[in-house]
Design a protein around this ligand. Structure first.
Ligand code: NDP
Length: 457
């Protein structure tokens, strides 16, 4: 049997220095782990709802006891700021706590029928494969594994090759909390190996994927072969629409955080700012000091608000977008080793420009003027993506019209927050399919079965 044959050297993106080596799982070992998850599935499914709830709450408590350790791993592995990394570890805790209420509430329905009784039940799928990207290793792992486990599935989870450390630790903490061995399996390795087995192996009944739209399409096509269930959370090019009647200083102060958080490596990043023409100059004038004030520092510094990009290759990809566009102004970034790009504001002259159209996934935001409410909605929707967006205005009717007009799954009015674990999250168009989080997430990891009882023999 082929076991772990290779390893990957994890690198600290703030310093470009190696952190440690992690063994990569090969295809045979991946299959063995999937088969073990399948073997333990019936026992996990049959754990009494109250006991499964108790185990998830215990898992949440153990995560809470290790927030500092998990955060420190993420600061070193992904270059996240301390405040983000602590939020991310606590988000895993909160997601586990939230979905620990689900096992006792997996309600079906009783539907009126003639001659008997009709009920529906939600049954877990079996083994669920969760494929996690490198931009938010902890939360995205939690959003998949929390509701999947709560609904009675077992989980195989693949972290991104470059950011495996927190997922590996979460797997250990689950065992420490008493979650039975084989129920949550963290499988570090390459997408083309481990991820591919999740898609191809018939015992994996659903794939929950977050990552690029390009790979998401391949996953969906692969899953089609077995009509395998799939949830996709993909890219974005979200609009931050600022009307002239908005509180402009507030909108301008918030805009950098709406796009430069996590160095712009965020599928919800509001990377296009649309400003009503009459307020355009004033807004840019307010945006410049806000961008320059952003504290772009080594994330080991507790006061850092923005860290480096994840890798040298990703930095090179981001910089290509700045070759042929008008840079209005930039913030600062440390010099020296590490994959640093300063927060950068560009003003393309056409909505055909690639900085306006493509997901850069870095600290680059494009600003453009619009002339009317209809124009703003058209411009916001002129993209293949539809994940999130913001609307800044004091006019409640306009806020509602524009929120309804934008084809995206998550809109914030006078705010840029997108993700709360107790509200649904997901994309329109090529930003994905299905929804994560919110009260209904466990149902997405079940089949709904209808049972009819005839009352007379
Ligand atoms: P990918 O889509 O390649 O990676 C996401 C996850 O999928 C990783 O765990 C990866 O594994 C895995 N994977 C890759 N190929 C396959 C495959 N054939 N079968 C199964 N799993 C696979 O994203 P990248 O890391 O390459 O990032 C590229 C771009 O994607 C970014 O610049 C950004 O634009 C976008 N992106 C969007 C994200 C989002 O949240 N919407 C998240 C990440 C990226 P491994 O890394 O080990 O190869």
């Amino acid at each position: 049997m082929t076991t772990q044959t290779m390893s990957y050297t994890v690198v600290n993106p703030a310093s470009a220095q190696p952190v440690c080596d992690v063994a990569l799982t090969g295809p045979d070992e991946t299959d063995r782990i999937i088969e073990r998850a399948h073997e333990v599935f019936p026992a996990w499914r049959d754990v009494a709802p109250g006991e499964r709830a108790r185990l998830l709450r215990r898992f949440a408590t153990v995560v809470d006891d290790h927030v500092e350790e998990l955060a420190e791993l993420e600061v070193r592995n992904a270059g996240h700021t301390w405040s983000n990394a602590r939020w991310e570890a606590r988000n895993v805790r909160d997601v586990l706590n939230y979905y620990s209420a689900a096992p006792e509430r997996m309600f079906g329905r009783q539907i009126p029928v003639a001659g008997g009784v009709d009920i529906t039940v939600h049954e877990p799928l079996g083994v669920v494969g969760v494929i996690v990207p490198w931009n938010f290793p902890m939360p995205i792992a939690g959003w998949g594994l929390g509701p999947a486990l709560a609904a009675g599935n077992t989980v195989v989870l693949k972290p991104a090759e470059v950011t495996p450390l927190t997922a590996i630790r979460l797997g250990e903490l689950a065992l420490e909390a008493g979650v039975p061995a084989g129920v949550l399996n963290v499988v570090p390795g390459k997408g083309s190996v481990v991820g591919e087995r999740f898609v191809a192996h018939p015992l994996v009944r659903k794939v929950c994927f977050t990552g690029s739209t390009e790979v998401g399409k391949q996953i969906m096509a692969g899953c089609a072969d077995q009509v395998k269930r799939v949830t996709l959370e993909l890219g974005g090019k979200s609009a931050n629409v600022v009307f002239a009647d908005a509180d402009l200083p507030t909108a301008a102060a918030a805009a950098p955080y709406a796009v430069f958080d996590n160095a712009g490596q965020d599928c919800c990043a509001r990377s296009r700012i649309l400003v009503e023409r009459s307020a355009y100059d004033e807004f840019l004038g307010l945006l410049e000091p806000a961008v320059k004030a952003l504290r772009v520092l080594d994330p080991a510094d507790e006061s850092s608000e923005m860290g480096p990009l994840i890798s040298a290759a990703h930095k090179a990809s981001v910089l290509t977008y700045l070759d042929d566009t008008e840079v209005a102004f930039t913030g600062s970034a440390p010099s020296g080793d590490g994959y640093w790009v300063p927060p950068t504001v560009v003003t393309p002259d056409s909505p055909r420009h690639r900085v306006w159209r493509e997901e850069i996934f870095g600290p680059v935001v494009a600003v453009m003027a619009f002339d009317s409410e209809e124009d703003a909605i058209d411009l916001a929707n002129d993209t293949e993506y539809g994940l999130s967006g913001s609307v800044y205005t004091r006019d409640l009717g306009r806020a509602l019209r524009v929120s309804r007009g934008i084809q995206a799954g998550n809109i914030s009015v006078n705010s840029h927050s997108s993700v709360r674990y107790w509200t649904p999250f997901g994309g329109y168009k090529q930003s994905g399919i299905g929804r994560e989080l919110g009260p209904d997430a466990p149902n997405a990891f079940t089949e709904e079965k209808n049972i009819y009882f005839a009352q007379d023999l």
